[in-house]
Design a protein around this ligand. Sequence first.
Ligand code: PMP
Length: 383
Amino acid sequence: MLYWDYAAAAPPYEEVLQTMEQIMKLHYANPSSLHRAGTEAGRLIGRAREVCAGVLSVRPDEIYFTSGATESNNLAIKGAALQYAGRGRHIITTELEHPSVYESCQQLQKMGWEVTFIPPDHTGVMDPARIGAAVRRDTVLVSVMHVNNEIGTVQPLQEIGRIIRKKNPRTLFHVDGVQGFGTLGGIPREFGADLYSLSPHKLRGPRGVGILYVRKGVSLFPLLTGGSHENGLRAGTENVAAIVASAKALRMSSEGRKEFVDRILPLRNRLLRFLEGIPEFTVNSSENGAPHIVHFSYPGMKGEVMARKLEELGMLVSTRSACSSKLSEPSRILLAMGKDAATASGGIRISFGDTHTPEDVAALEQTLIQAVRALKTAEGGMK
Ligand code: PMP
């Protein structure tokens, strides 16, 4: 079996596993306890916060740990909307966002906020001018993702950040950096972001921890109450082992980024060219996209059917983002790019990790040919 779903979850680094085990064994005390063991566990979280802050070039007290990027995104969006409702009740986001952003905005819409959802162009890229034009005096927040989790398109965040600031300096800018950080990096200052979400498990860290950068001076309305954890922003006993291991993964992924990208970029480009040569496929990603994601459609063939056939033949892929893959409707992202329903229903996402080799890509290519043949034969047989 070859695993091609790193964008959904990446296998933890060996060092991450060791850290998790060591801390769970040795530092099981509650970090809020006042005794020595508790204080030590609290100190480890403080150190992890410093490591994350160092990697992102921010202050340690601007880093908050959550349960995952889903929570970070919910907290950034609803927390800002609720906190700053007095400034206005208008939010801007894009049609491309991950469900944790998109549905948070829809929820606010139901609660009376006005949300402007901006569509991308036909390649899946946002026009900064279009976002800028939507910013008003009462716009509290703009949320734009760095890299789309389904097709890998990269958004011009620097320009978007600049244009928002120019139009309304009080409007907050949130960036979902989950799919961007591992291959393109990015620090909040570079984008002019006030809020920035990351997910360590996409960076070979553990599941169950999210990171949220909140610029000093920005307040969020807490969504979880019941304790003074995370400086009062997020109540709940901290997962010390996973937090420390997350900081390690963030640092290791940041340090290894260049080598990782240098290795997978030629593999990604080779796969793109191969897919473009298969007449049955429509390629939805491009060389301008993030290096780890390749997305194509087999119009008329449900993505799930193709994914199951590929699995039978030894390749594990996704149809879209893991959080939406159980939905049977066409992909919201591909429809927003103007693709027809057949193309939007027939998507397959392949995502690379640092274990992949040229031989793996060759095997994947052969398997794709085999899968198309098998599916066409089956279709013919049914007629
Ligand atoms: N945003 C993006 C762009 C993602 O790809 C994901 C994971 N599918 C998330 C947010 C949610 O991250 P988590 O799995 O940590 O909740």
